[in-house]
Design a protein around this ligand. Structure first.
Ligand SMILES: *Cc1c(COP(=O)(O)O)cnc(C)c1O
Length: 355
C-alpha cells in the first residue's frame, strides 16, 4: 500500500524496529532506520522516487557496479534541536559534491528534489531514530550504483540512487594513532581522489590492514610522486597546529574537499586564528615536532567530526602529540561544531537545514 505523505510515495513499515537500539550504547553503522529512499534512473531520466521499508535488494549477478565499480556515495548527518525538531547539517554541500563525483564516474547528476527533499522526507519519517545525547546523530548515507545487467565494459545507462540512515555514536572513542604511508598511494593527478567513489575505499583496505597489524588506526597518505607532501588521513582531511598557525593541505585533485574541512576553516578564520591552506611536507611536520612546535594534529570528517591524533609515525620516527587536555584549537572546534549542529547556537552560515 502506497500513501503519499509529504512528497514521494511512502510504503510504511508495519512495525518499527526502533526497539532494537539501545540509546545508551549506539555503535556506528550497526543499525538502520525503518525506511529507505529508492530512485531509479532509466531511459535518460529519473523515475518517481519512493520511500519503502529498509530491506534487501534483489539484483542480477551481472549488475555492472558489482564488476566495474561505478559506485559513489555521500555522508551527511541529522540532529535534533533543543525542541526536538530534526535538522540536517549542510546537505546542499553534499549534493554538490555527489554531482562532482557523478560527473567523473560517468553517472547522472542527482536532482536537488530527490537528494535534499527526499532526504528531508526520509528523516522526518524516521525522526524517532535520531539519537540526542552528545556526540550522537543520525548518519545519512546517500549512494548511487550502476545497474545495467550487462558484463560488457561500458559506461552504464541504468542507475539506482538510495538513501539509508543509521543512528550513530562517536566514531573513534579515543585519539587515533597514525602511520605515514610512503609505499601505497591513495590518489594521483588525473585519478578520482577528489570524488567519493567506492573504489577509493576498496583500494585502501589492504594498506589499512597492514598498518592495523602494526597497531595503528589510520594512514596518513602522502603524494604519489615523492611521498613527501601529506594529503589526508584515512577518510578524513587533516589539520596540523604548528606554533599558533593551523595548516591543512590545499585542495588539489588528489584531495577530497570535505564539508567538515570547510566548516572548520570558516570557524577558525572567524575566530581570527591564522589558517594556511598550502602544500605541507612530512619534513616540515618532523622539524616542527623536534622544535616543540607541533601542538595538535587532527582529522576532520562527517563520521568522526574532529578526530584528534595521539601519535604519528614516519619510518622509525614516533611523534607523540601533547596530551589532549592541553589542545586549544581542536577542543574548541569540536565544541563549536557541536553547538551549531545541535542548534544550541544560532546558525550564522546557513548550514542548518530544517526538515
Ligand atoms: C568523506 C571524506 C572526507 C571528509 O569529508 P566530509 O564532507 O567532511 O565528511 C575526507 N576525505 C575523504 C577521502 C573522504 O572520503
Amino acid at each position: 500500500m502506497s500513501v503519499p505523505v509529504l512528497g514521494f510515495p511512502v510504503t510504511r513499515v508495519e512495525k518499527s524496529r526502533i526497539n532494537e537500539i539501545d540509546p545508551a550504547n549506539i555503535q556506528f553503522g550497526k543499525h538502520y532506520s525503518d525506511h529507505m529512499l529508492l530512485a531509479r534512473y532509466e531511459d535518460g531520466e529519473w523515475k518517481q522516487p519512493e520511500i519503502v521499508p529498509f530491506g534487501n535488494l534483489s539484483l542480477s549477478p551481472a549488475t555492472t557496479f558489482m564488476h566495474y565499480g561505478q559506485a559513489i556515495f555521500e555522508g551527511v548527518k541529522a540532529y535534533k534541536d533543543p525542541q526536538g525538531n530534526p535538522v540536517i547539517f549542510r546537505p546542499y554541500d553534499n549534493l554538490k559534491r555527489m554531482n562532482i563525483s557523478a560527473k567523473r564516474m560517468a553517472m547522472p547528476e542527482v536532482p536537488e528534489e530527490i537528494f535534499v527533499e527526499g532526504m528531508k522526507q526520509l528523516v522526518e519519517l524516521d525522526k524517532d531514530w535520531i539519537p540526542t545525547s552528545e556526540g550522537t546523530s543520525l548518519y545519512i548515507r546517500p549512494f548511487m550504483v550502476a545497474t545495467d545487467e550487462f558484463i560488457g565494459v561500458k559506461p552504464a545507462e541504468k542507475f539506482l540512487f538510495i538513501i539509508i540512515t543509521s543512528p550513530a555514536g562517536p566514531y573513534y572513542s579515543k585519539p587515533v594513532s597514525i602511520y605515514v604511508q610512503d609505499k601505497y598511494v591513495r590518489a594521483f593527478p588525473g585519478g578520482i581522489g577528489f570524488t567519493k567513489a567506492a573504489g577509493n575505499y576498496g583500494m585502501s583496505m589492504y594498506p589499512t590492514l597492514e598498518i592495523r597489524k602494526m597497531g595503528y588506526d589510520q594512514i596518513l597518505w602522502t603524494d604519489g610522486f615523492e611521498h613527501k607532501y601529506v594529503q589526508e588521513i584515512g577518510t578524513m582531511n587533516v589539520f596540523f597546529v604548528i606554533g599558533d598557525t593551523v595548516v591543512t593541505p590545499n585542495i588539489t585533485e588528489t584531495i577530497l574537499e570535505g564539508v567538515t574541512r570547510d566548516s572548520v576553516l570558516t570557524l577558525l578564520r572567524e575566530k581570527g586564528i591564522t589558517v594556511e591552506e598550502r602544500p605541507l611536507s612530512i619534513d616540515e611536520i618532523e622539524a616542527a615536532y623536534q622544535q616543540g612546535q607541533l601542538r595538535e594534529a587532527f582529522g576532520t570528517g562527517t563520521a568522526a567530526s574532529i578526530a584528534p591524533i595521539a601519535k604519528l609515525t614516519y619510518h622509525e620516527d614516533e611523534m607523540e602529540l601533547p596530551p589532549l587536555e592541553t589542545w586549544k584549537v581542536a577542543n574548541w572546534l569540536k565544541e563549536e561544531l557541536a553547538a551549531i549542529r545541535y542548534c544550541r547556537k544560532p546558525d550564522n552560515h546557513g548550514w542548518i537545514v530544517k526538515v
